[in-house]
Design a binder for this molecule. Structure first.
Ligand SMILES: Cc1cc2nc3c(=O)[nH]c(=O)nc-3n(C[C@H](O)[C@H](O)[C@H](O)COP(=O)(O)O)c2cc1C
Length: 256
């Protein structure tokens, strides 16, 4: 099993302490059949997103920073699961984490990662841990992730954090569930919200032609345009019908 860990903290600090506990438990649950790839965003020195829209219009490989971003995106692609870590700075996730997320925004228009699972870890001194974790979870669900777990803690410390037994127990519990879920290969059916967004972008991708719009090219080329949600995710006939209804309604409403 391959897991990529994306560290949005500028150092191996409090949030990394939590990640280490999670790693240890996952190694136990997976009987050591697990490989972790670490991405420390600071070391990747990714410039700020320039807002050029190239990724949306012409494809992710036309981003001025695509070499740096696609190197990380490829790790997500070839792994079974992704762990994203961010401390809370000024009541929110770090700029490092957000800059990475901004560069990955094309995945809102062109979701993928439908069979992948994620774990989000946030830590704070006093506030913003849950809100930040929920935000990152929402983002990865938009990217297509099948399920996202969360661990968020108020660590009441600026450094040298010593997790309590209660925190360790919570980390072990969530890491065990996360790991077993990955090992099982089970796909969880999509929520109505997910079905809505998928089918909304399915409609939006009809703008232009595959030659003029990368979204159009992607949805046509992958065959996703034809289906109300990827088949790997077991949605049943009612949810599939709901997805198709959203597609038809938005197509009509937006004249696509
Ligand atoms: C620049 C900066 C801003 C911070 N802002 C907040 C904040 O708004 N609210 C809060 O409760 N803690 C805040 N903290 C504390 C961190 O969230 C907390 O110490 C966290 O566990 C640090 O994780 P790390 O060691 O992985 O970087 C801030 C810390 C730094 C360095």
């Amino acid at each position: 099993m391959n897991v990529v860990i994306i560290n949005g903290s500028p150092h191996k600090g409090n949030s990394w302490t939590i990640a280490e506990i999670v790693k240890e438990q996952m190694i136990k649950t997976a009987n050591e059949n697990i490989n972790f790839e670490e991405v420390h965003l600071l070391k990747h020195d990714i410039p700020m997103c320039t807002g050029c829209f190239n990724c949306f219009t012409y494809g992710e490989n036309t981003c001025p920073h695509h070499e740096k971003i696609q190197a990380i995106a490829k790790l997500i692609e070839k792994s079974d699961a992704t762990i994203i870590i961010s401390p809370v700075y000024s009541l929110q996730l770090t700029a490092l984490t957000k800059n990475f997320i901004d560069h990955m925004s094309y995945n809102f228009h062109r979701p993928r990662y439908f069979t992948k699972k994620a774990l989000i870890i946030t830590t704070t001194a006093g506030a913003g841990d849950k809100k930040s974790a929920k935000y990152i979870r929402d983002v990865v669900k938009h990217w297509g992730f099948n399920r996202a777990y969360m661990l968020h803690f108020r660590v009441k410390s600026s450094g040298g954090y010593q997790p309590t037994q209660e925190v360790i127990a919570k980390c072990n519990d969530v890491a065990d569930k996360f790991c077993k879920d990955i090992l099982s290969g089970q796909m969880h059916s999509a929520t109505l919200k997910r079905l809505f967004y998928y089918n909304f972008w399915r409609t939006m991708s009809r703008a232009g032609t595959p030659e003029t719009s990368y979204d159009n090219y992607y949805w046509k080329e992958t065959g996703l345009r034809e289906i109300p949600f990827p088949y790997e995710v077991p949605n049943g006939p009612v949810k599939r019908a709901f997805g198709d209804a959203i597609y038809k309604l938005t197509k009509k409403a937006l004249n696509r």
